[in-house]
Design a binder for this molecule. Structure first.
Ligand SMILES: [Cu+2]
Length: 69
């Protein structure tokens, strides 16, 4: 299990938080995510054998937000 913090642009409210967390939660191997719209960060705990950083970025984009490099 590994943990990372993504910088995510565009989140502004509780709906954004829920949307990002829901999309990340769809990835098999993501155990937990916690988005903070005020800080613009998302903490993700995941299994590195199952999920790549690319997958995480894709899920955030699927939810309609952008991961800052
Ligand atoms: Cu929102």
């Amino acid at each position: 299990m590994t943990e990372t913090t993504l910088k995510v642009e565009g989140m502004s409210c509780a709906h954004c938080k829920a949307a990002v967390e829901e999309e990340l939660g769809r990835l098999p191997g993501v155990e937990h995510s916690n988005a903070d719209p005020q800080k613009g960060t998302v903490e993700v705990r995941y299994e590195e054998e199952k999920v790549t950083a690319h997958d995480l970025r894709g899920a955030v984009e699927e939810a309609g937000y952008t991961v800052a490099a």
